[in-house]
Ligand binder design. Structure first.
Ligand code: DON
Length: 319
């Protein structure tokens, strides 16, 4: 049956049980070959569609993985969540809500029309307009300082220094005219207070940071754990900022399919076009999945199925 028994408890089951369930999920869904690898960023099109990794990290730091969980890939839109958290930590709840917005646009992540319809209000930090705005608000007076803030901050979530995939960065930089147009449009509406092309460049870099499914699990577990990385024990952001970040993920983490996701999986998550998904079970732990075939909105097909199965079988649903 598709629907597993929901056994909701205050904690994750013990690690052996978690491992057995992620093995089952991997076994069940690795043969799915619906969906397509993203190729609008040329170097992403080179990804092996067979790759599939799953990793879980509990708030106590217990981790377990299966499949291609150490295969590196560019983080892409998943970075938006963590940059939002870091910037929210610096600027505060009200300021990010005012300057970026926290509503779902109901339109694709790179929609220009969404920005036009809202008179230049980016509306949401997880679509490109809002993510570029959020990145532009990072502390620092130069693009280099903002990039340093972003790279160091995301690395603290992961508990290790994250490096740039130079090839993906070059490939996306050569083809991101649409994002530059969005940044220019934001500027025309008086919403961009730094150089829009430099803001887009820092955003493109953040999307090109290399992670693995295991990193995503630790990053997700940091959000599940009130902002404290369960492996390094470092406090990355305040608990109240975690809460704000999870609220935004719940409404918009899977774009136009965010409602379907919440209905089926019942916990906050964020996807990226390279095939990663971070899923956060507040107070329990984080799930990181990686598999490059995507649905039409840009969400990993196998990752969504695995997360749904695990949310039910591990009792993670918050509703
Ligand atoms: O800006 C872009 O198009 C990419 N760097 C990121 C897009 C992305 O991951 C959207 N996610 N589903």
């Amino acid at each position: 049956p598709e629907q597993e028994n929901v056994v909701s408890t205050g904690t994750l089951p013990e690690v052996e049980r978690v491992h057995a369930l992620i093995e089952t999920a991997h076994e069940r869904y690795r043969g799915l070959d619906d969906g397509k690898v993203a190729d609008y960023i040329p170097s992403l099109g080179e990804a092996d569609p067979a790759l599939f990794g799953i990793s879980v990290c509990g708030v106590g730091g217990q981790t377990t993985s299966v499949g291609d969980s150490t295969h590196p890939f560019s983080i892409q839109s998943i970075s938006k969540v963590f940059v939002f958290a870091l910037v929210c930590h610096e600027l505060g709840h009200s300021e990010v809500s005012r300057r970026v917005g926290v509503n779902n646009t109901g339109l694709p992540f790179n929609s220009v029309m969404a920005l036009e319809l809202s008179d230049g209000d980016p509306r949401n930090p997880l679509v490109n307009a809002g993510a570029i705005t959020t990145t532009s608000l990072a502390p620092g007076s130069t693009a280099a300082e903002k990039w340093d803030f972003v790279q160091r901050g995301l690395s603290r979530f992961a508990g290790r220094r994250l490096e740039l995939d130079e090839k993906v960065y070059a490939s996306e930089s050569a083809t991101n005219q649409r994002n530059m147009a969005i940044a220019r449009l934001l500027q025309s509406y008086g919403r961009m207070h730094v150089d829009p092309i430099q803001a887009t460049d820092v955003y493109t870099r953040q999307c090109s940071l290399l992670v693995t499914a295991e990193d995503l699990a630790v990053m997700a577990a940091t959000l599940a754990n009130g902002g404290v990385n369960p492996i390094t024990r470092e406090k990355v952001i305040d608990a109240s900022v975690c809460r704000d970040t999870l609220a935004v993920m719940a409404t918009s983490g899977l774009y136009e399919f965010s409602g379907d996701w919440l209905f089926e999986v019942g916990i906050p998550a964020k996807s990226g076009v390279s095939g990663g998904i971070v899923t956060v079970a507040p107070g329990k732990g984080g799930l990181g999945t990686f598999s490059p075939r995507l649905d039409p909105a840009g969400n990993s097909v196998r990752g969504q199925r695995a997360a749904r199965f695990l949310s039910h079988s591990l009792g993670l649903d918050i509703f």
